[in-house]
Design a protein around this ligand. Structure first.
Ligand SMILES: Nc1ncnc2c1ncn2[C@@H]1O[C@H](COP(=O)(O)OP(=O)(O)OP(=O)(O)O)[C@@H](O)[C@H]1O
Ligand SMILES: [Mg+2]
Ligand SMILES: [Mg+2]
Length: 456
């Protein structure tokens, strides 16, 4: 028998014909065919043969480097993903270099960026060539970070900026103007995209996003979603599409959707040991009395599940009033939650602005006289505040649990310590930049640069 070379569980592969100088592969003997992450997949014909053009982001956690590749299409195959869903994948054939060996392999193009490794080396490539030692990595060859940086030096976007899209509704809004300004100031190209003017083509191999007039939107490095509540559903569908096309979305569609549902978000918080005011939720009006008792009776707060700017938040001062308001909402099939009233907060709450796991600014909001809601839109006033380490920890954890890179976390101070009120996925910049004098728009743009490993 031929002596087989030892291979680790992870190895560097080189694809000379594709122009990929190095890509980390997980050695996956559980998969028959090898696969590679690919975006912008397009089929074309050349001399009676089908070819595929696609882009590969060869470096993990870096989508700013995309290598345009072209290879012969040799097959279309139904592939079952780890989630059990079958989908059609294109298969190309190309030589791979592993150390000193060069041999042809088949590669399926995986047009989704859910893989930790941008490449999997399957059984067909390993059989009769290598013996896998799962306890080791980079047995065949290892590249240092320096070597990788050198190989990819021509691809790092040194001078030109990132291409960013602000996906929102109103370009005149303070927050949106500030974000556009901050991106330009840092040398990036940024365009404003109105959520409602973009439309999508869904197709396994060449999904697209087009804009009013037919322009195809492509090659964005990053998307800043600022989706207003009334267009959450459509806005999130667009974000998913941009994500499928390989753009980094600062807040994911899933995270935004979760944070917009107060009940679901509250369940995530209690599951993750984040303290919130005692909250109740019920469908039937039969148990309203017990629901009221459950949250310690009146005075109590009743909230519409999807509310903003404090518009759907009501204070019921007596049990009788609470009962009639709750039953009134239920009779019109409106989803509400009932919550313990934190009286000792004295109409104050704290807004923490979290970016990439850090509190970049925080302010206190004080409700107008005779009002319990601290929202600026309800006449509240903002001032600078120093938050406690406990509050800071709470804000960071809340954003993390919802998987939001940018979050406005509202905290209320109670006798039991700080409690989480809610987390906003498109927190406004005006109130907090004015109150704290901090350049939060700049922090958001820098956070994108860091995520994309963009170097100025
Ligand atoms: N349980 C509570 N006890 C005391 N005050 C509360 C309570 N819940 C909410 N408030 C007050 O009401 C305000 C609005 O509540 P909340 O933030 O839940 O609603 P919202 O409509 O989603 O507002 P936002 O514009 O911040 O999204 C809070 O900022 C806080 O000042
Ligand atoms: Mg809210
Ligand atoms: Mg709020």
């Amino acid at each position: 028998m031929k002596e087989l070379e030892l291979i680790g569980s992870e190895e560097w592969c080189v694809f000379k014909d594709l122009g990929i100088p190095a890509i980390k592969a997980r050695i996956d003997s559980g998969a028959k065919t090898s696969s590679i992450q690919a975006t912008n997949i397009k089929i074309h014909s050349k001399e009676a043969q089908e070819w595929v053009k696609f882009d590969v982001n060869p470096l993990q956690e870096n989508r700013s480097i995309a290598i345009p590749c072209e290879a012969k299409l040799v097959d279309r195959r139904m592939v079952k993903s780890s989630s059990g869903i079958s989908e059609e994948r294109l298969v190309v054939k190309t030589p791979v270099t592993l150390g000193d060996s060069v041999f042809e392999i088949e590669l399926t193009l995986a047009n989704r960026d859910t893989m930790e490794f941008r490449m999997l080396l399957g059984r067909e490539a390993i059989n009769e060539r290598y013996l896998v030692n799962p306890a080791e990595t980079y047995k065949i060859q290892d590249f240092s970070e320096e070597q990788i940086n050198k190989k990819y030096a021509p691809y790092f976007k040194e001078k030109t900026g990132l291409k960013i899209a602000l996906l929102a509704s109103n370009p005149e809004l303070y927050s949106n103007k500030r974000l556009m300004e901050a991106a330009v100031a840092r040398g990036h190209e940024i365009v404003f995209l109105n959520v409602e003017l973009a439309y999508m083509k869904l197709d396994a191999h060449s999904p697209e996003i087009r804009y009013r007039g037919g322009n195809i939107l492509k090659e964005f490095d990053a998307i800043i979603p600022r989706i207003k509540p009334s267009v959450t559903f459509y806005g999130c569908a667009l974000i998913r599409q941009f994500d499928n096309l390989g753009a980094y979305c600062q807040n994911s569609a899933e995270a935004i959707t979760q944070s917009r549902d107060k009940l679901f978000a509250s369940q995530l918080f209690s599951k993750n040991d984040i303290h919130i005011p005692i909250t109740g939720f019920a469908k039937s009006p039969m148990d309203t009395k017990d629901l009221i008792k459950m949250v310690n009776g009146a005075p109590l707060i009743i909230k519409l599940l999807e509310s903003t700017q404090g518009k759907g938040v009501v204070l019921a001062e007596t049990n009788k009033a609470a009962e009639s308001v709750i039953n009134a909402f239920k009779s019109v099939q409106t989803n509400i939650l009932v919550q313990e009233f934190i009286k000792e907060a004295n109409g104050q709450d704290i807004r923490c602005f979290v970016v990439n796991g850090k509190v970049v600014a925080s302010m206190q909001r004080q409700a107008a006289k005779g009002e319990f809601r601290a929202n600026i839109h309800q006449g509240g006033t903002a001032s600078i505040i120093r938050i406690t380490p406990e509050e800071k920890k709470l804000a960071i954890k809340a954003a993390k649990v919802l998987n939001l890179a940018v979050a406005g976390v509202d905290i209320i101070r109670s006798n039991k310590g700080p409690l989480l009120l809610e987390v906003n996925s498109s927190p406004g910049l005006e109130g907090i930049e004015n109150a704290t004098g901090k350049d939060i728009a700049n922090s958001m743009i820098m956070a994108i640069e860091r995520k994309l490993k963009f170097r100025m």
